[in-house]
Design a protein around this ligand. Structure first.
Ligand code: KG4
Ligand code: ZN
Length: 352
C-alpha cells in the first residue's frame, strides 16, 4: 500500500461521489467520524428534462467538483496533508459521471502520494445506516431502495453480504419517478408523490401488490402500468388519491418482504437505505413492523439515505482495511454488482 502503513481510528479519507446527479465530497475519519459532508444536487439542471441527462450530469460534475472538494476539506478543518487516502465511487452508475469522480480521486491520490480506493456505491449505501446508529448488531437485513436498485440484503458482518431478493424489473424509485411523471408531478418523482399523497386517500384505489406472497423478489412495472390504465379510464380521479394508493401499494410490498426476509435469517435488526428510504410512509411502516417483531430498526437521516460522500468514505475505510488500495489503472464500472459472500464469508464473485 503506498503512503499508508496502517488503517485505524485516526485514518482520514477524502471521499468523492459522482455516480449520478449529486456532486459530493466528504472527509471521514476512522470509518465513522464524519468531519464534513458536502452535497451539491443537480436536480434543477435535470428537472426540465424529466430525468437525469447523462451528458449534462458529467459536465456539471466537472464544473462543480473542485469547489465541492475544497469546501469538504475546509469544513473538516484539516490541512490536506492530513488526508491518508482518497476514495471515489467507481460503480455502479453513469459511466461519464463516474469517471469524473474517479479521475479526480486518482489525480489527488497520485499528487499527494496516498492510496486511492475505488468504492462500490451499493456497498456504501449499506454503511450509511451504520454511520448513524451505533446500536446495530448483526445479522441485519437491509432494504436498499433507490432509483436504480431494490434489494434485500442479509448483512452477516462488515463486508459479508448476500442478496436475499431484488427487483425483477423496475426499481422502487424508478416506479415513483415514472408514476410521478405520468401524473405531471415533476422530477424527482419520489418526494413529489410523498408530498401529494398526504392529501389523498390510500384506500381509494386497490392497486396490485405484485408477488406479495411469493419469495423475496420484487416487481414494480405492472403496478406502474395499472396506475396508467386506471387514470386513463378515470380521467377525473383525484391525483392525490392515485398517488396515495400507489405509494401504499409499493410500501405494503416493501415492508411485507422486509419482514419475511428478517424472519428468514433471524435478523437482529432491520435497516433502510437508498433514496426511497426518505419516503415518510415507508419509514413509518418499516419502524412499526420492526417494533412488532421486537427487533431493532435503523432509519438513517434523509441526508444519509440519498446519495452522499460520507457513506463512500465509510465504505472506503473498511475496504482499505480489508483489501488495501485500488490500483490507479483500475477504471469505472457502470454495472458493478455488490460483492456477495457465501455462508462462510468467501467472496462469490471477483470484482476489482
Ligand atoms: O439513492 P438515490 O439518491 O440515487 C440512486 O442511487 O438512485 O435515490 C434516488 C431515488 C429517486 O428515484 C427518487 O425519486 C427517490 O429516490 N426518492 C423518493 C423519495 N425521495 C427520493 N422516493 C419516495 N419517496 C421519497 N420521499
Ligand atoms: Zn444511491
Amino acid at each position: 500500500m503506498t503512503g499508508l502503513q496502517s488503517v485505524d481510528e485516526s485514518t482520514v479519507i477524502l471521499a468523492i461521489e459522482t455516480s449520478c446527479d449529486e456532486t459530493a465530497a466528504a472527509v471521514v475519519m476512522g470509518g465513522t467520524d464524519v468531519l464534513s459532508n458536502v452535497v451539491s444536487s443537480q436536480i434543477d439542471l435535470h428537472a426540465r428534462f424529466g430525468g437525469v441527462v447523462p451528458e449534462i450530469a458529467s459536465r456539471a460534475h466537472v464544473d462543480i467538483l473542485p469547489a465541492v472538494i475544497e469546501q469538504a476539506i475546509s469544513e473538516a478543518g484539516i490541512d490536506p496533508t492530513r488526508i491518508d487516502a482518497v476514495a471515489a465511487t467507481h460503480g455502479p452508475g453513469l459511466i461519464g459521471a463516474l469517471l469524473v469522480g474517479v479521475s479526480a480521486a486518482k489525480a489527488l491520490a497520485f499528487t499527494w502520494g496516498v492510496p486511492y480506493v475505488g468504492v462500490n456505491h451499493l456497498e456504501a449505501h449499506l454503511y450509511a445506516g451504520l454511520l448513524e446508529d451505533d446500536e446495530l448488531e448483526f445479522p441485519l437485513v437491509v432494504l436498499l431502495v433507490s432509483g436504480g436498485h431494490t434489494m434485500l440484503i442479509d448483512m452477516r458482518a462488515i463486508g459479508r453480504y448476500s442478496v436475499l431478493g431484488r427487483t425483477i424489473d423496475d426499481a422502487a424509485g424508478e416506479a415513483f419517478d415514472k408514476v410521478a411523471r405520468f401524473l405531471g408531478l415533476g422530477y424527482p418523482g419520489g418526494p413529489a408523490v410523498d408530498k401529494i399523497a398526504l392529501d389523498g386517500n390510500a384506500q381509494a384505489i386497490e392497486f396490485p401488490r405484485a408477488m406479495l406472497n411469493e419469495g423475496l423478489d420484487f416487481s414494480f412495472s405492472g403496478l406502474k402500468t395499472s396506475v396508467i390504465n386506471y387514470v386513463r379510464k378515470h380521467p377525473d380521479v383525484s391525483t392525490a388519491d392515485v398517488a396515495a394508493s400507489f405509494q401504499r401499494a409499493v410500501v405494503d410490498v416493501l415492508v411485507a418482504k422486509s419482514v419475511r426476509a428478517a424472519r428468514s435469517v433471524d435478523a437482529r435488526g432491520l435497516v433502510l437505505g437508498g433514496g426511497v428510504a426518505a419516503n415518510s410512509l415507508l419509514r413509518a411502516e418499516f419502524a412499526a413492523a420492526s417494533a412488532d417483531m421486537g427487533i431493532h430498526c435503523s432509519l438513517p437521516s434523509r441526508a444519509m439515505c440519498t446519495d452522499n460522500a460520507a457513506m463512500i468514505g465509510s465504505a472506503a475505510w473498511y475496504r482499505l482495511a480489508s483489501d488495501g488500495s485500488t490500483a490507479l489503472d483500475t477504471g469505472a464500472f457502470p454495472n458493478l454488482r455488490l460483492r456477495t459472500t457465501d455462508v462462510a464469508g468467501v467472496p462469490e464473485e471477483s470484482v476489482p
